[in-house]
Design a protein around this ligand. Structure first.
Ligand SMILES: C[S@@+](CC[C@H](N)C(=O)[O-])C[C@H]1O[C@@H](n2cnc3c(N)ncnc32)[C@H](O)[C@@H]1O
Length: 425
């Protein structure tokens, strides 16, 4: 009988039970039935039909709110470059973050644009989510450690105020973002003459079945400006090209345009380095990419070191590797350790050793209490990439917890120097 509730969720918000598992949905239903004091699923189904409040509470209980600042940060670099290259300077740029969850994504976008020299009057961000619970957090905008995973906070600290229980984006950042509670499948945005220049629809399509993904991408396509940029999550990068979009081939940004529109040069997008940035070797003898006009403009400084565009063949392999790393990270972040381990082994077999995969293997072992193995993996990551900030931070913590204070101190001082170098670059 919970099938009927699953069907309701699919019809209401597109959620396909196969993607998160019926047991997760069952758990949410049980939680809500308890809260309502209802023991019979048929009565609960009836209750859902008549109560707006309960429908919303069930949605709140079942959605996955997972998000953090500068998640897949190349996406923000790609959006900034795209907006810089958009010729129409007579109007503020319009950006949509749907789903925005608890707000980390739209605030990251605002900070990225300020850092790139955009003024408050140059852009507006609409941030939309179906969960009232997530939106309450977004409106409060007070964030703890979990919202800054892998982010180099020191470099964007000036955009945050310290408040009692965490950090809050300052008034200037918050002033750029307008939050709305809406469902992707019901919302009707006021588009005016132009659509959105950039739409971030990341880590939502993965929860839909194929038909619903197509429906979602058709709706988004209708809201996107003719040359607008659509950004999806790493695990979703294979979907838009089968639904009328073309990749702009920006490494690790997972960025697309409507396919019937003229494509801009892929090299116009300058990726930003992330904690899991792929570092593929360019094929021997491949020409060095020429610097573009866009690359000559002020680089987007604080969130990473801009890299040159990669040759196309390397890009697609890098995209696959990045998507695979992101999937491992996602599994580990959500506690699915067996899956994360299996995916890490498969990644290793497919793409070979890299600092990023050793880092993630270290993280998985670390989280599972296998400290000696974790240390070995972290050390291998640092051998391949001595400046791998996340590895430095995690290894320092681990060594400290084992009482090796001097080794932890040495790593922390390397990390501090690295941050200084990056903030000064
Ligand atoms: C995993 S979060 C993604 C947040 C952010 N885009 C990111 O990538 O970090 C998924 C969000 O999708 C929202 N959501 C699910 N179905 C939705 C729908 N039909 N319309 C709008 N938002 C939806 C959930 O409430 C949740 O906050």
């Amino acid at each position: 009988m919970s099938d009927a509730v699953e069907l309701f969720l699919k019809e209401a918000i597109g959620l396909h039970s196969g993607t998160i598992g019926s047991s997760v949905i069952d758990h949410a239903i049980k939680q809500r039935m308890n809260a309502c004091g209802i023991t019979d699923i048929q009565i609960y189904r009836q209750h859902l039909v008549t109560s707006d409040y309960e429908r919303q509470e069930l949605i709140n209980a079942v959605v996955v709110p997972e998000t953090w600042f500068f998640r897949d940060r190349e996406a923000f670099g790609a959006a900034v470059q795209h907006l810089r290259n958009t010729s129409d300077i007579s109007r503020p740029k319009r950006i949509l973050s749907l789903p925005c969850s608890s707000g980390e994504e739209p605030f990251s976008m605002a900070i990225s644009l300020f850092e790139a020299g955009f003024g408050a009057e140059d852009f507006r961000i609409d941030a939309v989510d179906v969960s009232t619970q997530n939106l309450e957090k977004a409106e409060r905008a007070i964030y703890g450690r979990n919202s800054f995973r892998g982010s180099d906070l020191g470099l964007c600290a000036s955009y945050f105020d310290n408040v009692d229980v965490g950090l809050q984006p300052n008034d200037r950042v918050r002033g750029q973002v307008a939050f709305t509670r809406a469902n992707l499948f019901e919302w009707a945005p006021v588009l005016g003459e132009h659509g959105y220049d950039v739409i971030l629809c990341r880590n939502l399509l993965i929860y839909f079945d194929r038909q619903t993904q197509e429906r979602a991408l058709r709706r988004l396509g209708g809201w996107l400006a003719p040359n607008g940029l659509l950004l999806v999550g790493p695990g979703e990068s294979g979907i838009p090209t089968t639904c009328g979009y073309a990749s702009v081939r920006a490494p690790r940004a997972f960025a697309f345009r409507k396919a019937d529109r003229p494509q801009m040069a892929p090299a116009a997008v300058l990726p930003l380095q992330s904690s899991l940035a792929p570092r593929p070797a360019a094929p021997a003898g491949s020409p060095k990419p020429k610097p573009t006009a866009a690359a000559g403009k002020a680089a987007v400084k604080p969130f990473g070191v801009p890299r040159t565009a990669m040759p196309e063949s390397a890009v697609s392999s890098a995209d696959r590797a990045a998507a695979s790393l992101a999937a491992i990270e996602r599994a580990a972040n959500t506690g699915r350790m067996t899956e994360a381990r299996q995916a890490a082994a498969a990644h290793f077999a497919d793409f070979g050793p890299s600092a990023d995969i050793f880092y993630l293997m270290g993280l998985i072992c670390d989280a599972s209490g296998e400290t000696s193995e974790a240390i070995q993996h972290y050390r291998k990551a640092l051998y391949l990439a001595p400046d791998h900030a996340e590895t430095l931070a995690h290894l320092a913590l681990l060594l400290q917890s084992r009482g090796d204070i001097s080794a932890a101190k040495a790593l922390n001082s390397r990390l501090a120097k690295l941050e200084q170098r990056r903030s000064g670059s």
